[in-house]
Design a protein around this ligand. Structure first.
Ligand SMILES: NC(=O)c1ccc[n+]([C@@H]2O[C@H](COP(=O)([O-])OP(=O)(O)OC[C@H]3O[C@@H](n4cnc5c(N)ncnc54)[C@H](O)[C@@H]3O)[C@@H](O)[C@H]2O)c1
Length: 433
């Protein structure tokens, strides 16, 4: 077993642990022993120049799938170091099943702290970095946008500078489809060459981070790859995002609350397929390239509710508007801005041999089953995060008190904004005339 929780004695983590708040991450109640150990399905010939891989954000959702996948699929080829600050959304349960593996190490550290990052890179002789660590929840970025810039932009900068310092051979930067901004229903799927036009502080911080990655590639020949993925879902996701949050609410026999009218769509990729995509990019991706990871499953938030209600056998055939549906689905005001949809073209990655293998129906079944069994125990008390717009303050999550109604609320998307603006301009014009 190689579990390092390395940190200097006077680090913030330790002082927090001393006052009892962060100690909880290290308490092991054994729940992970009951859970299946999920990984992806791909396996490649190991790369001769890759030996020690640091995965930032490894105790978070998507990265923990890759940590498990690489540790268990390449036990003799790669050593995996999961580097994580253990933020509010992390859980060591996500990787505890690996603690007895010789090629796995957990290292607690903060990507915004240069000495902690360099210490990890040097200590484990890291040659390859997968950079996932981020503030990842759009809703929170409207209220705490400085935190997003600090972690996602400055933290990425620290990693890049540290990677340059130690001569990293591959730096795979995880970005998001949200950097492209909203895609209209009638528009084509976006290629990797499309312009970036983020519309919320989270997406903007991810786009800004990409600019730094690009600059380190050009200025310092840092060997980088950028990955922009659709929404990922599956077991192990902290219940702040729509699928795990709604599943946990329904498990509690509580209604779910949609933002606006529930019409925005997202494309969903099962986490096992995402792990395969990252594995494929590691082994077959070309340095200097950008890869979209695209799913075929585009689903509106309201239709997601129907699928969940049916999957959870709460409503046999849930149709929006029916009494049964209205019992379980409520509404609150929309986000300050809500992209109607994202749509990336994933052909470039599929040309490397990656494919989406898990249907949404299968993925949702696996996910619902997992949250039924573990959702209430995996992260400790999740009650506060289940409110429509929770607020995170440091490591604490607080419930909001947003008004909830039975009726869809006005949506805030680009077209609505434009038509509202035109109306205002027209009425101003009339007033001035
Ligand atoms: N979830 C999605 O659907 C999705 C889609 C596309 C791209 N992404 C990107 O994938 C990455 C992972 O997303 P996720 O949903 O798994 O996130 P997550 O919120 O579940 O996990 C983030 C992890 O990063 C860690 N972290 C945060 N700040 C840190 C810091 N300063 N130092 C070290 N660790 C820190 C947290 O403790 C947590 O374990 C992010 O970069 C996100 O932008 C996510």
């Amino acid at each position: 077993m190689t579990v390092a929780t390395a940190q200097p004695a006077n680090s913030p983590q330790n002082s927090l642990a001393a006052n009892g708040r962060r100690q909880s991450f290290f308490e092991d109640f054994g729940i992970w022993k009951e859970a299946p150990v999920f990984i992806g399905t791909t396996k490649f010939e190991p790369l001769p120049d890759v030996k020690n891989i640091m995965i930032t954000g490894g105790a978070g959702f998507i990265a923990c799938w890759l940590v498990r996948h690489l540790t268990l699929t390449y036990p003799h080829a790669y050593n995996i170091v999961s580097f994580d600050k253990l933020d509010y959304c992390a859980s060591l349960n996500n990787t505890r099943a690996l603690n007895d593996k010789r090629n796995f190490t957990f290292h607690q550290g903060d990507i915004t702290n240069p000495s902690e990052v360099v210490d990890c890179l040097e200590r484990y002789n890291i040659d390859t970095v997968f950079h996932f660590a981020a503030q990842s929840h759009v809703d929170l970025s409207f209220g705490n946008s400085y935190g997003f810039t600090h972690t996602n932009v400055y933290g990425t900068h620290v990693l890049l500078e540290s990677a340059k310092k130690v001569g990293i051979k591959r730096f795979i930067h995880i970005s998001t489809d949200e950097v492209y901004g909203e895609v209209k229903d009638e528009d084509d799927d976006l290629l990797e060459t499309s312009i970036l036009a983020p519309t919320n502080p989270y997406a903007a911080s991810k786009a800004a981070a990409e600019m730094l990655v690009h600059s380190y590639q050009k200025s310092f020949k840092l060997p980088v790859i950028i990955v922009r993925s659709n929404n990922v879902y599956g077991p192990h996701q902290y219940p702040e995002k729509i699928i795990p949050k709604f599943t946990c609410l329904l498990n509690r026999n509580q209604p779910v609350v949609l933002h606006g009218d529930g019409s925005p769509t997202r494309r969903y990729l099962f986490a096992g397929d995402a792990a395969d995509a990252f594995d494929t990019i590691l082994h077959r991706g070309q340095l200097g390239q950008i890869y979209n990871v695209g799913s075929y499953d585009e689903i509106s938030n309201i239709s997601l509710c129907s699928k969940l209600l049916t999957e959870m056998a709460l409503v046999p055939a849930a149709v929006p508007g029916d009494d049964d549906f209205r019992k379980w689905v409520k509404y609150t005001h929309d986000r300050p801005f809500n992209d109607h949809r994202y749509a990336v073209d994933g052909t470039k990655l599929r040309n490397l041999g990656w494919e989406q293998k898990t249907s949404f129906a299968d993925g949702l079944r696996i996910t619902v089953e997992w949250y039924r069994r573990f959702g209430e125990r995996w992260w400790g008390d999740i009650s506060k995060v289940l409110s429509p717009f929770p607020v995170v303050d440091g490591y604490e999550v607080h419930s909001d008190k947003e008004p909830i109604t039975d009726l869809p609320q006005p949506t805030v998307d680009a077209e609505v904004q434009v038509s509202k603006k035109r109306k205002v301009e027209a009425s101003n014009g009339q007033a001035h005339a």
